[in-house]
Design a protein around this ligand. Structure first.
Ligand SMILES: Nc1ncnc2c1ncn2[C@@H]1O[C@H](COP(=O)(O)OP(=O)(O)OP(=O)(O)O)[C@@H](O)[C@H]1O
Length: 309
């Protein structure tokens, strides 16, 4: 568990992180979202023990990190937003270098590097020069490096930035795999919809302050009071619309061919009940999704300071 209490970082008289608190439970993927310059990198660096907070506390499993920096570093894997330059270094040499720093013995090193190359799908690039890798490959190598000492917590600063859509999907698959392996992950991004489908919780930061945090569902409810849902039905559209009109949690129904969008004032349990009802009425439901565009709107809304906290 990572817990941050009233964290503040000042650069001279400028406050980059302002009294920030958050908690990330074990096994979560927490999305840390905010516009450029919001204070994400500064926060991640403080958790990674690379930057000293001006005030406030950071706990890893109930131990304040400044009390035992070595132990905190053992537990944390940090992937920075910029990848350094490594002239004349091959992929395996690069990972061996970091494995040596982490103090792995020969056998551990061989196994760990093999496993990590497999995880990030770079096994066939083991003899390539790091500088000659594509951007996506470099990002994946950097992720592998952050995992070399087998940390429980991962801090990833914009891991998919600059990647093409295919590479982003691949990065997301790797992150899901890491979650299955039991890692707790904090991932920063300035793109909210990209994180929404991956993360268990989200915090939105602006001007160093946490504007809103919670599960995607909770945030949607806090901001709009409702979610936007989109369903696709193969036929029986009129019957579906009539059924939806009878639902007290449904409003603003909009229909376009066999796609129906509506606002829904309920949580996941209520959504599940709605699906059950529709299917029980023989509605051929082909898909049922949360409207992603609403997340964009939320981000725009909260980062304009429109939201009451
Ligand atoms: N070493 C520094 N000295 C002075 N100001 C700094 C320093 N590092 C960061 N800042 C300022 O602190 C603020 C927060 O920066 P930070 O890099 O944490 O934001 P960010 O949310 O990670 O942004 P981005 O998405 O652009 O990476 C910015 O206004 C930045 O200019």
């Amino acid at each position: 568990m990572i817990r941050i209490e009233n964290l503040t970082k000042k650069y001279g008289s400028f406050t980059a992180v302002d009294n920030l608190s958050l908690e990330i439970k074990e096994g979560e993927i927490f999305g840390f979202v905010g516009p450029n310059g919001a204070g994400k990198t500064t926060t991640l660096k403080m958790i990674a023990t690379l930057l000293k907070p001006t005030s406030g506390s950071i706990y890893i499993n109930d131990t304040e990190i400044s009390k035992n920096i070595k132990e905190a570093r053992n537990q944390i894997g940090y992937m920075p937003d910029f990848f350094g330059v490594y002239d004349n270094l091959k992929v395996n040499e690069y990972l061996e270098f970091y494995a040596d720093i982490a103090g792995l013995n020969k056998e551990e090193k061989k196994k760990m590097i093999g496993d990590l190359l497999d995880l990030v799908d770079l096994t066939n690039k083991v003899d390539s020069y790091v500088d000659q890798l594509s951007r996506g490959m470099k990002q994946r190598l950097c992720l592998a490096r952050s995992l070399i000492h087998n940390p429980s917590f991962l801090l990833l600063d914009e891991p998919a930035s600059g990647m093409d859509p295919r590479a982003r999907v691949q990065m997301k698959d790797i992150l899901r795999e890491l979650r299955k392996m039991g890692k707790t992950i904090l991932i920063s991004s300035h793109i909210l919809p990209e994180l929404a489908e991956l993360c268990t919780s989200i915090g939105i930061i602006e001007n160093g302050e946490m504007v809103i945090s919670g599960t995607v569902d909770e945030i949607m409810k806090k901001v709009t009071g409702t979610h936007g849902l989109r369903i696709k039905v193969l036929d029986n559209i009129e019957k579906t619309v009539n059924l939806l009109m009878e639902e007290p949690l449904v409003s603003n129904i909009y229909e376009n061919e066999n796609i129906i969008e509506f606002s829904f004032d309920g949580g996941e349990r209520e959504s599940a009940n709605l699906i059950k009802k529709l299917v029980a009425q023989d509605i051929p439901l082909a898909s049922f999704n949360l409207l992603e565009s609403n997340l964009e709107e939320i981000f725009m809304q909260v980062t304009k300071g429109d939201v009451e906290q």
